[in-house]
Design a protein around this ligand. Structure first.
Ligand code: NAD
Length: 428
């Protein structure tokens, strides 16, 4: 069996490796020549994926990559894992999916299965993608080729998260499309969860991410309320999670980050309008979560004030640039908002992140490109007026941070249980 996986990013690369390990020949398709070349040389460009894992499959002849979409003609199935961001008006941008469909369509052989994995609003597969594939190929979905949607559930940085062990939801355009998709994923994934349509599968992924966004907003709101009452929300959550039923722990932070939770819910908000529906929970959660960096700034201002210092002129270190622990993924990271806010207030800002030694050039944070992670030594760290822990990477020694720094604003409870000087740690 030979398949193509389009989009070799955080989702596509681990999926390619899982299929290759399962004995399927995988052709990776990407428009980024660097990624294509790295894969063909057996190298990983994603921090938490070992190069050895890529090299093993490349050497075994089960994995190769190309920019040439005409090679899709030789495969029995194509899985699409391309980005689905929001545009500058915070509306869905499915242009990457459409561009992929347009590039594939002329090379789509009769009988091929096409599966979309990118997170998106219900209707993308059976309306938008279907339309470009049919128009460019002259073939009919559900008749001449099969079409399905199966959302990705990758949890980057979680060592317990193995692609093969995560149940996979699949919806097909027709029962035959579903059966084909089940046969494909059955080669590499243990538990499959068939649902009645592509739209149900698309809506399932959105529910999962909305659930996270809303619950994170809830604990973020409670953090602020409880802090005003002198109650530590982390202690409350630890106590509440001892309840063996009906409770699931979510943790507050400096704001939402990553490619999924801050973005995907708004795909539904946009599509819901077409049906005259409003997504009030999503909007409210968005408001609460996006207000978090400002709350952190307020707490930092108070912490500096207690030392008779102002934000203007202070040296502020943001610990952790990635949006979650133990990964190098800085997309949508609230750390950037913190850097921007403090800089605007006149502070001298720096960051430290063992996973992000230098800030790459991106569309959103171009002005920080080239900035380097500060050194990790006592002289450097103790020169900051305040350190804001934004991401709690395990690679950081927090006791050392406490020993070296004057004042810490901890948004992740990373210093919990460690020896701090009186008044040194401010939770935020
Ligand atoms: N990262 C996650 O943890 C995660 C989890 C679940 C779902 N998702 C979803 O999966 C999708 C992909 O996310 P990702 O994090 O892997 O993105 P990514 O940016 O890491 O990777 C996307 C890849 O697609 C390539 N690409 C872009 N346009 C292309 C085109 N026209 N043809 C071929 N390749 C193209 C890019 O070069 C890049 O290598 C998104 O819809 C995302 O919401 C991501």
């Amino acid at each position: 069996m030979k398949i193509a996986i389009v989009g070799l990013g955080y989702v596509g690369l681990p999926l390619s490796l899982q299929f290759a390990r399962s004995g399927v020949d995988v052709l990776g398709l990407d428009i980024d020549p660097l990624k294509v070349s790295e894969i063909n040389q057996g190298r990983s460009y994603i921090g938490h994926i070992e190069s050895a894992a890529v090299q093993e499959q490349v050497q075994a002849g089960r994995l190769s990559a190309t920019e040439d979409f005409s090679r899709a003609r030789d495969v029995t199935a194509v899985i699409i894992c391309v980005p689905t961001p929001l545009n500058k008006n915070r509306e869905p941008d499915i242009s990457f999916i459409l561009a992929t469909g347009e590039a594939l369509a002329p090379h789509l052989a009769r009988g091929t299965l096409v599966v979309l994995e990118s997170t998106t609003y219900p209707g993308t597969t059976d309306e938008d993608l279907r339309q470009v594939l049919e128009a460019g190929s002259g073939l009919k979905a559900g008749v001449d080729f099969h079409l399905a949607f199966s959302p990705e559930r990758e949890d980057p940085g979680n060592p317990a998260s193995k692609v093969a062990a995560i149940p996979k939801v699949i919806g097909g355009l027709t029962p035959a499309c579903l059966a084909r998709a089940q046969a494909l994923y059955g080669r590499a994934i243990k538990n499959l969860v068939p649902v009645s349509s592509c739209r149900v599968a698309e809506a399932t992924k959105l529910l999962e991410n909305i659930f996270r966004g809303v619950n994170i907003a809830l604990v973020n709101e409670l953090k602020v309320v409880y802090a005003a009452m002198g109650i530590d929300v982390w202690e409350v959550i630890d106590a509440a999670k001892t309840k063996p039923f009906g409770f699931m722990a979510f943790y507050p932070g400096p704001g939402l980050g990553g490619h999924c939770v801050p973005i995907d819910p708004f795909y539904l908000t946009w599509k819901a309008r077409e049906y005259g529906q409003h997504t009030r929970f999503i909007e409210l959660a968005g408001q609460v979560n996006t207000a978090m960096p400002e709350y952190v700034v307020q707490r930092t201002t108070a912490a500096l004030n207690a030392q008779c210092k102002s934000v203007r002129g202070s040296r502020i270190l943001i610990m952790g640039l990635a949006y979650k622990p133990d990964v190098d993924d800085d997309r949508e990271s609230p750390s950037y908002t913190l850097l921007d806010l403090f800089k605007t207030l006149g502070a001298e800002v720096s960051y430290h992140d063992p996973h992000v030694p230098v800030i790459r050039k991106t569309r959103e944070h171009g002005h920080w490109a080239g900035t380097r992670s500060t050194a990790w030594d006592q002289a450097t760290i103790s020169a900051f007026d305040v350190v804001v822990i934004a991401t709690a990477h395990r690679a950081v020694n927090y006791q050392q941070l406490l020993d070296w720094s004057h004042c810490i604003v901890d948004t992740r409870n990373a210093t919990h249980g460690l020896a701090a000087k009186p008044g040194q740690v401010w939770k935020a």
